[in-house]
Design a protein. Sequence first.
Lengths: 397, 263
Amino acid sequence: MPAKYEGLDFYNIDAHLTDEERMVRDLVRQWVDDKVLPIIEKHNRAHTFPDELIPEIGEMGLLGMNMEGYGCAGMSNVAYGLACQELERGDSAIRSFVSVQGSLAMHPIHSFGSEEQKQKYLPKMARAELIGCFGLTEPDYGSNPGGMVTKAVEDGDHYVLNGAKMWITNGTIADLAIVWAKLIPQGGTLADGVIRGFIVEKGDPGFSAPEMHGKHSLKASVTSELVFEDCRIPKDRILPHVHGLRGPFSCLNNARYGISWGVLGAAQACFHSARDYALTRIQFDKPIASYQLVQNKLAWMLREITKGQLLALHLGRMKDDGTMFHEQVSLAKMNNVDIALDIARIARDMHGANGILDEYPVMRHMANLETVKTYEGTHDIHNLILGRWITGIQAFF
Amino acid sequence: MKIGVLLKQVPASDSRIKIADPQRGVALDDVKWEINPYDEFALEAALALLDAKVASDVVLLTVGGADTEQRIRDGLARGATAAVRLDDAAFGGSDCLGVSRILAAAVKAEGITLVFAGKQAIDGDNAQVPAMVAELLGWGYVGEVDQLEVTGAGAKAWRAAGGGARDVVEVGLPAVIGCDKGLNQPRYASLKGIMMAKRKKIDVKGAGAIGVDAGSVGASAALVSETNWGEPPARPPGRVLQGDDAARVKALVAALRDEVKVI
Ligand SMILES: Cc1cc2nc3c(=O)[nH]c(=O)nc-3n(C[C@H](O)[C@H](O)[C@H](O)COP(=O)(O)OP(=O)(O)OC[C@H]3O[C@@H](n4cnc5c(N)ncnc54)[C@H](O)[C@@H]3O)c2cc1C
């Protein structure tokens, strides 16, 4: 029997976790071993999301787990991070599903929704009876969402939405979409619009969500367009308590925080595979692990994963005690994705030709991490955020 | 109905076990612990009866030190309603009979009418405790159960009887059931369960609290002592048969008949 997966814990981070946090980590780790790893390559190959896992994810309580009330588990942000780490060790698609549902769809309702909206949606979303998605990016506005052209206008007791979103995770399978659009005052133009959040439900007239095809990355995740053609929604579907980009950015900060943990799971999966492979692959009569160049790569991986863990844990503790600011999240998201992607690439190389096979998880993780580098703020956008923090000079435009 | 689940922690099934001392036993310092896998079936059987409202309480019973509490918490997180950890200086060094006396006394003290246990624990593989607990209590025992129906008054239990045959045993309550693989699919804990487990108290009880005679348990009362620990003999290396297919088949048949004597 192969030994059970054990996470890397070179600096004894375990000792800094509470019992509950360790239990959550172990629970999700076991579940990923039992339920995700045996089926994920099949789904990746078929470009399908493993729908059958959705009810179990809900039953465990992973959706919106770091939020209070409304059927959410109310756990610490560190526990949420650990869950993300274990999920992404399975596949970035599974972690993305949980990130989108919790941080991008439930969070805005929880933080900016009316009491009626919270009661109506959150308990069902926590149980995975309703799936949500988050529509911010548009075909022509990715890193610059403030330029969005999707708009809403008032019409009696309805809003009417027009425009299109692109690259929307879970879009086609979602029961509701949190859509960010510019609300244009009567007689105004796009320039007068203020970004607001709207809850659009599947089946609303004028709303469709066709799936996007042809991805080489995040293949086991559903990615969609959201199309609004005179889409009419009742007025009580606007999120009343937020105006402007602060709304979507607050969601992104939560999800980015989860990513800074999640990618460490993918990195550890690659590290483990590379280490095991290097110990058993014989070239020139010795395991390749006995060569200094190979050891150097493994030592570098250990070093970067350990640093990434300390970063994520400290960030989580600051998020829990309310002292975290968003530039700190940018640094952790950028750094940890960066090292995870490099680790995946080097692990791929260390597997030689076998590294391109789906018998090993490395190339799947490598391809997935290309998406993770781009979404939730690209690597360079986070550099610009940090550059502005350091110099006080914005360099976005 | 109050159900008791006998929960033991054992070294994880993929642990590499080393002998610490031929007289004392194996080195357990670096071992990762888990709930005995058969006890997971026992716990699930109990929780299913709790869900079905046949049971009102599911009490975990563990003999052991504070280091077992993580496993007990895990059981509470899955849904057990209470837990008693049985710990006393007098309990140290108990053999199976001693452990059974402690557990039987606790079962009585807790007012339990149905006990689920794993059919055996995967560390010692003795498969003695559940039957001894039943005997000490004067209750019926069915072991190796892989299918079960519990009504208010009794239970009907199925188990493999060898050669594909099945035993069907009916037992009146109170009773002890030894659970085997196949009985059910143990559930995962939930995050809410984990949060609730934090608030559930693990009662720690010693000999006096459960009314067990301290002289009847522990090392001094043990009838069984383990004296000579050693590694299993190294496996002889395999043999690769040589020659063409026909010669190899011949050699294989000869070896199976004359050396291994299985055909
Ligand atoms: C699989 C997948 C799932 C996604 N899921 C979602 C989702 O659920 N919801 C959602 O709203 N979006 C989602 N996205 C979209 C994602 O957030 C965007 O792709 C991302 O914000 C980048 O936008 P873009 O693709 O338009 O790239 P661009 O913004 O066009 O960027 C292209 C390149 O230019 C660089 N760049 C841009 N501006 C500057 C600048 N000022 N200075 C220097 N360099 C710059 C970028 O760093 C990047 O390297 C998803 C994307 C993918 C791939």
